[in-house]
Design a protein around this ligand. Structure first.
Ligand code: SF4
Length: 234
């Protein structure tokens, strides 16, 4: 009689099967519970049980998203919620990162349609001409030690990350840009905070500069106020 026919082997396989079954069942139940908490948080505009939601999302994000969709949650609400959740999860690590190791990425659509900035290998170089709010805010961020980039295209961020190795970034943009940026940062091990534009579109979009500055000041000065990353563009 071979080992594969032995009682020990059969018992071992049965045990593995049972453990796997209960693990999957446990994961599904946990994902349903997390989706319900997320749905309640989104519909009431309040973060419920973040101490459960945050670690749960790290383990089961894909499943939770699927259940949230089954619960009828709107894609936009769901993405906004997950950006806020990610921001909350990343706030501590971001605060602990020295400002010299941080960077800010701004989308070029924030510029005035008459922007005279030149395109360089380091992105668009703002001349602080006063035609839009990018100039004064870039100067404000740079004064606090940030490396600020105005992003001319999709591969630019990866190129600058490869060149300057920031450990933490603030990404500004429309809802999907911010979400994709946070996902990309997660994949490459960078702490990211996302700030969604107040007005999106292709030209002369409007950033939530208050939220950008609040995020930028994390860990730089003590603030007891929670950071409000605000919602997406209307
Ligand atoms: S302030 Fe900067 S980004 Fe805005 S229009 Fe002038 S040069 Fe362009």
């Amino acid at each position: 009689m071979s080992f594969l026919d032995s009682e020990i082997w059969i018992q071992l396989m049965t045990l593995i099967g049972e453990v796997t079954f209960f693990l999957i069942l446990g994961m599904l139940l946990a994902a349903v519970a997390l989706a319900i908490i997320a749905a309640a948080s989104i519909t009431r505009g309040k973060f419920y049980l973040p101490q459960i939601l945050i670690p749960g999302m790290v383990l089961l994000e894909g499943l939770v998203k699927a259940f949230c969709k089954l619960l009828g949650l709107d894609d936009k609400d769901l993405i906004t919620f997950f950006i806020t959740l990610r921001n909350t999860m990343n706030t501590k690590a971001f605060s602990e990162t020295p400002v010299e190791q941080r960077a800010v990425f701004l989308p070029q659509c924030l510029r005035s349609a008459q922007c005279p900035a030149n395109l360089t290998p380091e992105g668009l170089k703002c001349r602080n001409c006063g035609r839009c709010s990018v100039g004064e805010n870039t100067a404000w961020l740079e004064k606090r030690g940030y490396r600020v980039f105005i992003v001319p295209g999709s591969t630019f961020i990866k190129r600058m990350v490869k060149k300057y190795h920031p450990r933490a970034i603030i990404g500004v943009g429309c809802l999907m840009e911010v979400k994709d940026g946070i996902d990309m940062s997660d994949r490459i091990g960078i702490v990211a905070l996302g700030v969604v534009n107040l007005k999106d579109g292709c030209v002369e979009t409007v950033a939530d500069w208050g939220a950008v500055r609040d995020a930028a000041m994390l860990g730089i000065k003590h603030s007891s106020d929670p950071v409000d990353f605000h919602g997406p563009a209307e």
